[in-house]
Design a protein around this ligand. Sequence first.
Ligand SMILES: Cc1cc2nc3c(=O)[nH]c(=O)nc-3n(C[C@H](O)[C@H](O)[C@H](O)COP(=O)(O)OP(=O)(O)OC[C@H]3O[C@@H](n4cnc5c(N)ncnc54)[C@H](O)[C@@H]3O)c2cc1C
Length: 435
Amino acid sequence: MEPCREIPAGADVVVIGGGIVGVSTAWFLAKQGISVVLCEKGHIAGEQSGRNWGWVRVQGRDTREIPMMLESLRIWGDLKQDIGEDVGFMRGGCFFTAQTDKQLDEFAGWIDTAAEHGIDSRLLSRSELKELVHGSAIDWAGALYTASDGRAEPHIAAPAIARAASRSGAAILTGCAVRGIETSGGAISAVVTEHGSIRTSVVLCAAGAWTSLFCRSLGIDVPQLRVKGTVARTAPAEHVLNGNVFDDSLGIRRRADGGYTVAHGGVLEHPVTPSSFRYFGKFFAALMQELRILRLSFGSEFVDEWKTPRTWPLDAPSPFEATRVLDPEPTPRVLNGIRRNLDKMFPQLKETPIVESWAGMIESSPDVVPIIDAIDSLPGFHIATGFSGHGFGIGPGAGKAIAGMLTGSDSGIDISALRLQRFFDGSPIRPQSSI
Ligand SMILES: Cc1cc2nc3c(=O)[nH]c(=O)nc-3n(C[C@H](O)[C@H](O)[C@H](O)COP(=O)(O)OP(=O)(O)OC[C@H]3O[C@@H](n4cnc5c(N)ncnc54)[C@H](O)[C@@H]3O)c2cc1C
């Protein structure tokens, strides 16, 4: 996608953010003949959507996400044919391993949930697991396993969907930060970008880790916090598994290039910022749930957020132009842990070099489930955010559901449980899955 030089005068819908959620929405809208412009401040999939582990799984999800995720798996399965590009999707299965029989028993609750939704999850015994995951030095008691879950290549998927949206008529503008919204009579009349205004009455804010800041400038409170994930990839190596394995010490999946994407299974880093204090109450349950693996850090992020203005003039550079791509440093200590745990789990990969590492800022909602909603106080404004550590897999399904919300048509996916007000109307905030 070429950086933006000129912008369309108007569109039925403007999407803010070129991650998997924004591009999938644009694709579904454009296929229906809706005129849509997508504005991305950096490049497509520059943030979370190009930095994640690439797991596409329904296993272990919050029940509120399951219908959307099942639809997403169906879309992933047809994607190669539908967009004419291979994004590396394959169903290699998803394994959550158990060290003890007691841990294995704890997966029984999910087996019941899966059965209710027709999902093919089952428990694998020690020997069954050994047949599917070769040569592990860890003597797992067994695993929770869903054969129909899969993986795709994050750096390929969202750009390929963006190209498909563009072929269907969407305008995909990169290097095009949205600074704010103009209103007329209380409703949206235009989106103001760094390159000028686009007339529209419908906006989707799919701005990932920036959604809370953007919405706050409009007087809309969206509780959101960030956690950093450090990730690495190995060179192509011998075949030890085909799918995705999660163990307390390591998350590992096979890549389309024959290597492995690896991450620490037991570390979540939260850089403390003013938002951590502001939203502490709403995130209390999520933080307690992750307490064992949560590492708090106090660094420049606190000062950066402190110094970021809450509102800004729309005719001057905004905070979104100041950080084109959120590109945190991978944490060396976590990288060392990944190497150590990989060698321990698969000694046969000891000589396989780690050839690249990176980090990504995961943005989470208080109950670790997305917020997809129309905002009553600003007619025409919608948000889709808070996908937490599992928005890549569900992204295409979310795009279909969001396109339905924006056009007032029935996508067949119920998103009523994902409304923003659940965090403000006294509903209990209860995460069902981890970040
Ligand atoms: C380390 C890591 C591992 C993960 N592992 C998995 C996994 O295995 N499976 C899974 O399903 N999910 C995983 N996730 C989560 C997943 O990546 C995210 O939930 C998903 O990518 C979110 O997509 P998005 O489109 O909402 O946001 P993003 O991909 O963050 O996209 C938002 C975009 O909006 C742009 N933007 C923001 N503000 C503006 C503005 N004002 N104007 C224009 N553009 C703007 C940003 O530049 C950004 O590109 C992981 C995430 C990380 C970081």
